[in-house]
Design a protein around this ligand. Structure first.
Ligand SMILES: [Mg+2]
Length: 316
Protein backbone atom coordinates (compact mmCIF):
# COMPACT_ATOMS: atom_id res chain seq x y z
CA UNK A 1 0.00 0.00 0.00
CA UNK A 2 1.37 3.43 -0.92
CA UNK A 3 0.63 7.01 -0.04
CA UNK A 4 0.48 6.57 3.69
CA UNK A 5 2.32 8.39 6.41
CA UNK A 6 5.31 6.72 7.98
CA UNK A 7 5.11 6.51 11.77
CA UNK A 8 7.38 9.55 12.14
CA UNK A 9 5.31 11.51 9.62
CA UNK A 10 2.00 10.79 11.23
CA UNK A 11 3.32 11.78 14.65
CA UNK A 12 4.82 15.02 13.32
CA UNK A 13 1.88 15.88 11.04
CA UNK A 14 -1.16 14.75 12.95
CA UNK A 15 -0.32 14.35 16.61
CA UNK A 16 2.39 16.92 17.41
CA UNK A 17 -0.12 19.80 16.98
CA UNK A 18 -2.14 18.28 19.88
CA UNK A 19 0.84 18.06 22.21
CA UNK A 20 1.32 20.03 25.40
CA UNK A 21 4.63 21.55 26.46
CA UNK A 22 5.40 18.57 28.68
CA UNK A 23 5.31 16.33 25.61
CA UNK A 24 8.53 17.88 24.29
CA UNK A 25 7.10 17.94 20.78
CA UNK A 26 6.57 14.16 20.88
CA UNK A 27 10.23 13.88 19.87
CA UNK A 28 11.69 12.35 23.02
CA UNK A 29 11.49 9.01 24.81
CA UNK A 30 9.13 10.30 27.47
CA UNK A 31 7.18 13.36 28.51
CA UNK A 32 8.44 15.41 31.43
CA UNK A 33 5.73 16.56 33.80
CA UNK A 34 6.62 19.48 36.05
CA UNK A 35 6.24 18.93 39.82
CA UNK A 36 2.57 18.73 40.75
CA UNK A 37 1.11 20.82 43.54
CA UNK A 38 -1.86 18.47 43.85
CA UNK A 39 -2.26 14.69 43.74
CA UNK A 40 -2.81 13.26 40.26
CA UNK A 41 -5.72 10.98 39.42
CA UNK A 42 -4.72 8.60 36.62
CA UNK A 43 -7.08 6.43 34.60
CA UNK A 44 -6.99 4.36 31.43
CA UNK A 45 -9.63 2.98 29.10
CA UNK A 46 -9.23 0.86 26.00
CA UNK A 47 -11.69 0.93 23.12
CA UNK A 48 -11.80 -1.91 20.57
CA UNK A 49 -13.60 -1.68 17.23
CA UNK A 50 -16.60 -3.98 17.18
CA UNK A 51 -16.74 -4.02 20.99
CA UNK A 52 -16.94 -0.38 22.10
CA UNK A 53 -17.79 1.30 18.81
CA UNK A 54 -18.68 0.38 15.24
CA UNK A 55 -15.69 0.28 12.86
CA UNK A 56 -17.56 2.57 10.44
CA UNK A 57 -18.37 5.24 13.05
CA UNK A 58 -16.92 8.63 12.02
CA UNK A 59 -13.23 8.66 13.03
CA UNK A 60 -13.49 12.06 14.72
CA UNK A 61 -16.24 10.68 16.97
CA UNK A 62 -14.29 7.51 17.73
CA UNK A 63 -11.40 9.73 18.86
CA UNK A 64 -13.65 11.89 21.00
CA UNK A 65 -15.32 8.91 22.62
CA UNK A 66 -11.92 7.37 23.43
CA UNK A 67 -10.82 10.55 25.20
CA UNK A 68 -14.16 11.38 26.78
CA UNK A 69 -14.65 8.04 28.52
CA UNK A 70 -11.37 8.74 30.30
CA UNK A 71 -12.33 12.31 31.11
CA UNK A 72 -15.55 10.93 32.58
CA UNK A 73 -13.51 8.85 35.03
CA UNK A 74 -11.56 11.98 36.00
CA UNK A 75 -14.79 13.94 36.47
CA UNK A 76 -16.08 11.21 38.78
CA UNK A 77 -13.00 11.63 40.97
CA UNK A 78 -13.45 15.42 41.02
CA UNK A 79 -10.21 15.73 39.05
CA UNK A 80 -9.39 18.48 36.56
CA UNK A 81 -7.78 17.06 33.38
CA UNK A 82 -4.16 17.97 32.70
CA UNK A 83 -3.24 15.67 29.83
CA UNK A 84 -3.38 12.22 28.29
CA UNK A 85 -1.37 9.49 26.59
CA UNK A 86 -2.66 7.79 23.43
CA UNK A 87 -1.77 4.34 22.12
CA UNK A 88 -3.37 3.26 18.89
CA UNK A 89 -3.10 -0.02 16.98
CA UNK A 90 -4.15 0.38 13.35
CA UNK A 91 -5.61 -2.44 11.24
CA UNK A 92 -4.21 -3.00 7.74
CA UNK A 93 -6.83 -0.89 5.92
CA UNK A 94 -6.13 2.45 7.64
CA UNK A 95 -5.75 5.55 5.46
CA UNK A 96 -4.23 8.99 5.92
CA UNK A 97 -7.71 10.50 5.60
CA UNK A 98 -9.11 8.32 8.37
CA UNK A 99 -6.23 9.13 10.68
CA UNK A 100 -6.35 12.86 9.90
CA UNK A 101 -10.05 12.96 10.80
CA UNK A 102 -9.31 10.99 13.96
CA UNK A 103 -6.56 13.44 14.96
CA UNK A 104 -8.78 16.41 14.19
CA UNK A 105 -11.55 15.18 16.46
CA UNK A 106 -9.06 14.35 19.16
CA UNK A 107 -7.49 17.79 18.84
CA UNK A 108 -10.84 19.55 19.18
CA UNK A 109 -11.55 17.76 22.43
CA UNK A 110 -7.99 18.15 23.73
CA UNK A 111 -8.45 21.89 23.27
CA UNK A 112 -12.02 22.13 24.55
CA UNK A 113 -11.33 20.03 27.66
CA UNK A 114 -7.84 21.48 28.22
CA UNK A 115 -6.23 18.07 28.11
CA UNK A 116 -3.15 18.14 25.87
CA UNK A 117 -1.59 15.05 24.35
CA UNK A 118 1.53 14.12 26.34
CA UNK A 119 2.76 11.09 24.41
CA UNK A 120 1.84 7.63 23.26
CA UNK A 121 2.57 4.94 20.76
CA UNK A 122 1.36 3.69 17.41
CA UNK A 123 1.43 0.18 16.01
CA UNK A 124 0.04 -1.89 13.19
CA UNK A 125 -2.20 -4.80 14.12
CA UNK A 126 -3.71 -7.78 12.27
CA UNK A 127 -6.71 -7.37 14.58
CA UNK A 128 -9.34 -4.65 15.03
CA UNK A 129 -8.59 -0.97 15.55
CA UNK A 130 -7.67 -0.55 19.22
CA UNK A 131 -7.30 2.72 21.07
CA UNK A 132 -5.98 3.04 24.62
CA UNK A 133 -5.94 6.41 26.34
CA UNK A 134 -4.51 7.17 29.77
CA UNK A 135 -5.66 10.47 31.24
CA UNK A 136 -4.37 12.41 34.22
CA UNK A 137 -6.04 15.06 36.30
CA UNK A 138 -5.34 17.21 39.32
CA UNK A 139 -7.30 15.89 42.30
CA UNK A 140 -6.97 18.15 45.33
CA UNK A 141 -9.82 16.17 46.87
CA UNK A 142 -10.10 12.75 45.24
CA UNK A 143 -13.66 11.43 45.64
CA UNK A 144 -13.44 7.65 45.93
CA UNK A 145 -16.08 4.94 45.62
CA UNK A 146 -15.48 3.99 49.23
CA UNK A 147 -16.94 6.96 51.11
CA UNK A 148 -20.70 6.28 51.05
CA UNK A 149 -22.29 6.09 54.52
CA UNK A 150 -25.75 5.12 55.77
CA UNK A 151 -27.97 8.21 55.70
CA UNK A 152 -26.30 9.68 52.62
CA UNK A 153 -28.55 10.69 49.78
CA UNK A 154 -27.92 8.93 46.47
CA UNK A 155 -27.78 11.19 43.42
CA UNK A 156 -27.32 10.85 39.68
CA UNK A 157 -26.66 13.57 37.11
CA UNK A 158 -28.29 14.10 33.74
CA UNK A 159 -30.44 11.41 32.13
CA UNK A 160 -29.95 7.65 32.31
CA UNK A 161 -30.32 5.11 29.52
CA UNK A 162 -30.13 7.29 26.42
CA UNK A 163 -26.91 5.69 25.16
CA UNK A 164 -28.14 2.13 25.66
CA UNK A 165 -31.38 3.01 23.86
CA UNK A 166 -29.37 4.79 21.15
CA UNK A 167 -27.31 1.66 20.66
CA UNK A 168 -30.51 -0.31 20.00
CA UNK A 169 -31.48 2.24 17.35
CA UNK A 170 -28.02 2.04 15.85
CA UNK A 171 -28.18 -1.74 15.65
CA UNK A 172 -31.70 -1.83 14.24
CA UNK A 173 -33.01 1.45 12.78
CA UNK A 174 -36.49 -0.07 12.45
CA UNK A 175 -36.80 -0.15 16.27
CA UNK A 176 -39.17 2.30 17.95
CA UNK A 177 -40.76 3.60 14.76
CA UNK A 178 -42.95 5.99 16.78
CA UNK A 179 -39.97 8.22 17.70
CA UNK A 180 -39.49 11.53 15.92
CA UNK A 181 -36.32 12.20 13.95
CA UNK A 182 -35.14 14.56 16.68
CA UNK A 183 -35.73 11.98 19.39
CA UNK A 184 -33.80 9.34 17.44
CA UNK A 185 -30.93 11.75 16.84
CA UNK A 186 -30.80 12.66 20.51
CA UNK A 187 -30.47 9.01 21.56
CA UNK A 188 -28.00 8.09 18.82
CA UNK A 189 -25.83 11.07 19.72
CA UNK A 190 -25.75 10.08 23.38
CA UNK A 191 -24.32 6.71 22.29
CA UNK A 192 -21.84 8.10 19.79
CA UNK A 193 -20.58 11.09 21.75
CA UNK A 194 -20.55 10.94 25.53
CA UNK A 195 -20.45 14.18 27.52
CA UNK A 196 -17.96 13.90 30.38
CA UNK A 197 -19.45 15.69 33.39
CA UNK A 198 -16.46 17.88 34.12
CA UNK A 199 -18.99 20.64 34.86
CA UNK A 200 -19.70 18.75 38.10
CA UNK A 201 -16.10 18.66 39.35
CA UNK A 202 -16.50 21.61 41.72
CA UNK A 203 -19.76 20.27 43.12
CA UNK A 204 -18.29 16.81 43.70
CA UNK A 205 -15.13 18.23 45.23
CA UNK A 206 -17.19 20.23 47.68
CA UNK A 207 -20.10 17.93 48.46
CA UNK A 208 -19.68 14.30 47.38
CA UNK A 209 -18.77 11.63 49.90
CA UNK A 210 -18.42 8.95 47.22
CA UNK A 211 -18.76 8.98 43.45
CA UNK A 212 -18.30 7.02 40.25
CA UNK A 213 -19.18 7.53 36.63
CA UNK A 214 -21.99 5.41 35.22
CA UNK A 215 -20.33 3.52 32.38
CA UNK A 216 -21.65 -0.03 32.73
CA UNK A 217 -25.28 0.66 33.61
CA UNK A 218 -26.80 2.44 36.61
CA UNK A 219 -27.99 -0.70 38.41
CA UNK A 220 -24.73 -2.59 38.17
CA UNK A 221 -22.57 0.44 38.87
CA UNK A 222 -24.59 1.13 42.00
CA UNK A 223 -23.71 -2.38 43.15
CA UNK A 224 -20.01 -1.55 42.68
CA UNK A 225 -20.29 1.71 44.61
CA UNK A 226 -22.14 0.21 47.57
CA UNK A 227 -19.88 -2.85 47.67
CA UNK A 228 -16.76 -0.70 47.72
CA UNK A 229 -18.21 1.42 50.50
CA UNK A 230 -19.48 -1.58 52.49
CA UNK A 231 -23.07 -0.34 52.50
CA UNK A 232 -26.39 -1.02 50.79
CA UNK A 233 -28.88 1.34 49.14
CA UNK A 234 -32.54 1.80 48.44
CA UNK A 235 -33.47 3.30 45.05
CA UNK A 236 -36.84 4.44 43.78
CA UNK A 237 -36.89 3.67 40.08
CA UNK A 238 -39.61 6.32 39.60
CA UNK A 239 -37.02 8.95 40.59
CA UNK A 240 -34.39 7.90 38.04
CA UNK A 241 -34.12 10.73 35.50
CA UNK A 242 -34.81 10.00 31.84
CA UNK A 243 -34.66 12.33 28.88
CA UNK A 244 -37.78 13.15 26.90
CA UNK A 245 -36.50 10.96 24.06
CA UNK A 246 -35.64 8.14 26.45
CA UNK A 247 -39.08 8.28 28.04
CA UNK A 248 -40.71 8.27 24.62
CA UNK A 249 -38.81 5.15 23.58
CA UNK A 250 -39.50 3.33 26.87
CA UNK A 251 -43.20 4.22 26.70
CA UNK A 252 -43.46 2.17 23.51
CA UNK A 253 -41.93 -0.92 25.11
CA UNK A 254 -41.74 -1.24 28.89
CA UNK A 255 -39.03 -3.91 28.69
CA UNK A 256 -36.73 -1.07 27.60
CA UNK A 257 -36.87 0.29 31.15
CA UNK A 258 -34.51 -2.51 32.11
CA UNK A 259 -32.29 -1.72 29.12
CA UNK A 260 -32.10 1.89 30.24
CA UNK A 261 -31.20 0.96 33.82
CA UNK A 262 -28.66 -1.74 33.00
CA UNK A 263 -27.22 -0.62 29.64
CA UNK A 264 -23.87 1.11 29.47
CA UNK A 265 -22.29 4.30 28.17
CA UNK A 266 -24.27 6.87 30.20
CA UNK A 267 -21.16 8.66 31.50
CA UNK A 268 -23.24 10.45 34.08
CA UNK A 269 -22.09 10.69 37.70
CA UNK A 270 -23.54 8.59 40.52
CA UNK A 271 -22.64 10.02 43.91
CA UNK A 272 -23.63 10.27 47.53
CA UNK A 273 -23.77 13.31 49.77
CA UNK A 274 -24.68 13.99 53.37
CA UNK A 275 -28.16 14.89 54.64
CA UNK A 276 -27.61 18.66 54.29
CA UNK A 277 -26.98 18.52 50.54
CA UNK A 278 -29.55 19.95 48.17
CA UNK A 279 -28.90 19.03 44.54
CA UNK A 280 -28.74 21.66 41.80
CA UNK A 281 -30.90 21.48 38.68
CA UNK A 282 -29.86 18.54 36.53
CA UNK A 283 -29.00 16.32 39.49
CA UNK A 284 -31.67 13.93 40.81
CA UNK A 285 -31.95 12.29 44.21
CA UNK A 286 -32.82 8.66 43.41
CA UNK A 287 -32.57 7.07 46.83
CA UNK A 288 -30.44 6.72 49.90
CA UNK A 289 -27.61 4.72 51.37
CA UNK A 290 -28.59 2.24 54.08
CA UNK A 291 -26.55 0.01 56.37
CA UNK A 292 -25.83 -3.58 55.43
CA UNK A 293 -24.05 -5.51 52.73
CA UNK A 294 -27.02 -6.73 50.71
CA UNK A 295 -27.18 -5.65 47.06
CA UNK A 296 -29.17 -2.42 46.62
CA UNK A 297 -32.96 -2.64 46.56
CA UNK A 298 -34.58 -1.13 43.48
CA UNK A 299 -38.18 -0.22 44.33
CA UNK A 300 -40.47 -0.37 41.32
CA UNK A 301 -38.45 -2.75 39.16
CA UNK A 302 -40.52 -3.07 36.98
CA UNK A 303 -43.20 -4.03 39.50
CA UNK A 304 -42.24 -4.47 43.12
CA UNK A 305 -38.67 -4.57 44.38
CA UNK A 306 -35.57 -6.14 42.97
CA UNK A 307 -32.10 -6.83 44.32
CA UNK A 308 -29.58 -5.43 41.87
CA UNK A 309 -27.07 -8.25 42.10
CA UNK A 310 -26.20 -9.15 38.53
CA UNK A 311 -27.31 -6.31 36.38
CA UNK A 312 -24.05 -4.86 35.13
CA UNK A 313 -22.62 -4.94 31.68
CA UNK A 314 -19.47 -7.07 31.71
CA UNK A 315 -16.96 -7.72 28.94
CA UNK A 316 -16.20 -11.24 30.14
MG1 LIG B 1 -15.45 4.73 35.70
Amino acid sequence: MTGRYSEDELIATLFAPLAGAAALGLKDDAALLPPQVEPLAVTTDMLVAGVHFFPDDPPSLIAKKALRVNLSDLAAKAATPCGFLLSIALPPEWTNEWLAAFAQGLGEDARDFRAPLLGGDTSATPGPLTIAITAMGAAPRFVSRAGAQPGDGLYVSGAIGDAALGLLLRRDPSTAAHLSVDQRDALLTRYLLPQPRLDLVDLLRGEAKSAMDVSDGLAGDLVKLTRTSGVSARVEIARVPFSAAGRAMISGDQTLLETALTGGDDYEILFTAGPGFSPPAGVARIGEIVAGDDPPILDGWPAGSHRAARLSFAHF
